[in-house]
Design a protein around this ligand. Structure first.
Ligand code: G3H
Ligand code: 13P
Ligand code: NA
Ligand code: ZN
Length: 316
């Protein structure tokens, strides 16, 4: 059923795995997430971003998530499901999500000054905890696009700030910046260059300051080359798309990183399969056909993530 993140994060940190946080904007994505997580017996975080609310309407998405919880139950396996606000940008937004039944919220004050980030996050935590809702905060800035905010350059999390931030705000988990970034173009590589490894040294320094405290990674899609190749093969143009290698995420999941955010990988899977299907079936016009093909691939992708990258399979 619907739960906040407290207990599943505790178990994930202790067990050396990470809970997947998948964004959803539509029916097929949500069906795929629930189906794959029930079939792999994985706890799951359903994330709703500002872009998702603008696209599909917050009330619609919330009722869909409630339906998804019921669907999981009817599949005969109870998995913990968190309904989480992704990148909340104001107290009022977090408050309205908490009032409407979200079990977890993120307040992203990472673009503010340290003092303003602390104050805003504290305000959200006070309200959320009174409603048994957990809160994710963020320190450090990821490169790439966070909703409407575009950061040109990342600023790594400063390990010296994390203990003070966690103490002063009372957050339940902390997103940090160690080299991941949002979107499908995470690294600008020159000819012959390979993806720079994540800054595991910064992660280790953070863990030293807040031992056992739940840490979150945003921008953790791997931008799987087979999807990029399919997209390019079937009329797309995504040259230079590159993500975080899966072995880096495996290593992170084994640490105090207990939540890994994945959105772009699912978008790529859907786009690849829709392009392929339409090209191969030019007279087909039933959206269930090409969205169905996309949904089948999404289920496969999510099972793969849960089973072989995050290690969350079998932990429900
Ligand atoms: O953090 C970004 C997430 O992938 C959500 O993106 O705002 O385009 O829905 P979005
Ligand atoms: P990706 O763009 O790497 O999938 O990151 C998603 C994310 O961090 C959502 O908050
Ligand atoms: Na972990
Ligand atoms: Zn994010």
């Amino acid at each position: 059923g619907l739960v906040n993140s407290r207990e599943i994060f505790r178990k994930a940190v202790d067990g050396g795995y990470a809970i997947p946080a998948y964004n959803f904007n539509n029916l097929e994505q949500l069906q795929a997430i629930i189906t794959a997580c029930v079939e792999t017996r994985s706890p799951v975080i359903l994330q709703i971003s500002k872009g998702a609310r603008n696209y599909a309407n917050e009330t619609m998405l919330r009722y869909m998530a409630t339906g998804a919880v019921q669907m999981a139950k009817e599949m005969g396996v109870e998995i913990p499901i968190v309904l989480h606000l992704d990148h909340g940008d104001s107290f009022e937004l977090c408050q309205s999500c908490i009032e409407s039944g979200f079990s977890s919220v993120m307040i992203d004050g990472s673009h503010l000054s340290y003092a303003d980030n602390v104050a805003l996050t504290r305000q959200v935590v006070d309200y959320a905890h009174a409603h048994d809702v957990t809160v994710e905060g963020e320190l450090g800035v990821l490169a790439g696009i966070e909703d409407e905010v575009v950061a040109e350059k990342s600023t790594y999390t400063q390990p010296d700030e994390v203990e003070d931030f966690v103490k002063k705000t009372g957050v339940d988990s902390l997103a940090i910046s160690i080299g991941t970034s949002h979107g499908a173009y995470k690294f600008k590589l020159k000819e012959g260059e390979s993806v720079p490894p994540l800054r595991f040294d910064i992660l280790a320094e953070c863990q030293k300051r807040i031992p056992g405290f739940p840490i979150v990674l945003h921008g953790a899609s791997s931008v799987l080359p087979e999807y990029v190749a399919l997209i390019n093969q079937y009329g797309g143009k995504m040259d230079g798309a590159v993500g975080v290698p899966e072995d880096q995420l495996r290593k992170a999941a084994a640490s105090a990183v207990c939540k890994i955010n994945i959105d772009s990988d699912g978008r790529l899977a859907v786009t690849a399969k829709v392009r392929e299907y339409l090209q191969n079936n030019p007279s087909e016009f039933d959206p269930r056909k090409y969205l169905g093909a996309a949904r089948t691939e999404l289920i496969r992708l999510i099972k793969h993530k849960n089973e072989t990258v995050l290690g969350s399979a079998g932990k429900a």
